[in-house]
Ligand binder design. Structure first.
Ligand code: XIL
Length: 309
């Protein structure tokens, strides 16, 4: 009989994972992916350095493999990401007309995937913690308007894909989420196309903001879909039993915050197994952030999420 699954338990919501093409040859990885998840986000394969390594010269092989995989297993794809300050090929820094390069990039990638991708993270991580604009190359060379320009070009290129703004550290109410909130409200007032806000949720153990649901609700009230896009909850490793229990509790809180809001339509964990999580490489000494351990065993957090759904 069918095992219980996250994707089935989530009903009308998507329950996804960030996936890398490199791991598709590993049977336990694909077994869990196929049986538990209903959406995938390419972990690196759709970033600018992967898709447009030289100006106007696009390379989609790795990303296409993931998209084909997703569709043949009845999964949706969240496209990630078109405009981000990192994972840029070096030619972007030297580009004489960055605005035109940005437009061409959005058009080139989105046209290739028209009809295949449910949601795009059009702009990723454009704000700093204090609510000011991040001093990215796009901000420095194009200015504030680069964000709305990206969304306008994206809508004109593919009117049927939903367009998201995605960021981290905006899970609770703070200066950064206030700034994103103001951007969304302004876009809605002025008719700039924006359909969804992605809350990454790269969290440290024990730090789910108590006002997360209130925060998600205020965004939903602006008329956008809410997505949990990159959920993981890291802790110092090796993890103790108590920490794994605390993690289960934290995951449950995040899921409950989403479930309380009908507009919260998608939950994605940033990977499947602790074996391949980005956490140890980025936060030395930390790990154990996902729902399956390094041996693909379900962790307490898995059971907590399944139960909460
Ligand atoms: C990370 C990937 O997980 C790594 O494999 C890669 O080396 C760097 O990027 N926020 C994002 C994601 O929006 O794209 C990042 O993914 C994690 C932080």
């Amino acid at each position: 009989l069918d095992e219980p699954s996250l994707g089935a338990a989530a009903k009308f919501r998507l329950f996804g994972a960030a996936v890398s093409v490199n791991h598709l040859s590993e049977p336990p990885y694909t077994h869990i992916l196929n049986s538990q998840f209903t959406s995938i986000t390419p972990e690196v394969e759709m970033k600018w350095d992967a898709t447009e390594p030289a100006p106007g010269s696009f390379s989609f092989d790795a990303a296409d493999t993931l998209v084909r995989y997703a569709h043949s297993h009845h999964m949706r794809v969240r496209g990630h990401t078109l405009v981000w300050h990192t994972a840029l090929p070096s030619w972007v820094n030297e580009s004489a007309d960055l605005l035109q390069a940005m437009r061409n990039h959005i058009i080139g990638v989105m046209q290739h995937y028209t009809g295949h991708i449910s949601y795009w993270d059009v702009v990723n991580e454009a704000f700093d913690e204090d609510g000011s604009r991040r001093k990215s190359i796009f901000q420095e060379r194009i200015g504030d308007l680069h964000i709305e320009e990206a969304f306008r070009v994206a809508r004109a290129t593919d009117p049927y894909t939903r367009l998201c703004y995605n960021d981290y550290g905006i899970e609770g109410i703070n200066a950064k989420s206030d700034a994103v909130y103001d951007l969304v409200r302004d876009f809605k007032r002025r008719g700039i196309p924006l359909d969804c806000v992605g809350f990454q949720c790269h969290l440290l153990l024990g730090t789910v903001p108590p006002d997360m649901q209130t925060n998600l609700q205020r965004f939903a009230d602006l008329g956008v879909e809410i997505h949990i896009t990159e959920l993981d909850i890291r802790m110092p490793v090796p993890a103790s039993t108590a920490e794994l229990q605390q993690q289960a509790e934290d995951y449950r809180k995040v899921i409950q915050a989403c479930l309380a809001i009908p507009h919260c339509t998608s939950i994605t964990t940033w990977g499947i197994t602790d074996k391949y999580s980005w956490v140890p490489g980025t936060f030395p000494g930390y790990g154990a952030a996902l729902l399956f351990d390094e041996n693909y065993k379900k962790k307490p957090a898995y059971h907590a999420v399944l139960q909460a759904l």
